[in-house]
Design a protein around this ligand. Structure first.
Ligand SMILES: [Zn+2]
Length: 103
């Protein structure tokens, strides 16, 4: 029995995410998300990942989704924000882009 050794690159392949818009061929560059809080924990609730071109059409959808979200007692959900998406970054390091948050 022999073991076949594959010549694998040491580095991981780049982690890429596509824009959420159906048929859009671009990579996502922004995250449309809202901060959710129940008084104990807070997290960033992601609605969409979007390329720069699709933010204007995806952001209003996130606003509509947020408006339709029913919150339990003590829960709060901020208005959706547009955040720059950087590979490997944690949510806390995301840079918000308020100028892109237009309805
Ligand atoms: Zn797109």
């Amino acid at each position: 029995m022999t073991l076949k050794l594959y010549d694998e690159p040491m580095s991981m392949p780049p982690y890429t995410v596509m824009c959420y818009t159906a048929g859009c061929p671009n990579l996502a560059a922004f995250k449309v998300a809202a901060r959710w809080n129940d008084g104990l924990t807070q997290e960033l609730k992601t609605y969409f990942l979007s390329c720069a071109a699709c933010v204007p059409q995806l952001y209003p959808l996130a606003v509509a989704k947020r408006a339709a979200c029913h919150l339990g007692p003590g829960e709060s959900l901020d208005a959706p924000g547009v955040y720059e998406l950087h590979r490997g970054d944690r949510d806390k390091q995301l840079k918000r882009r308020p100028e892109l948050e237009k309805k």
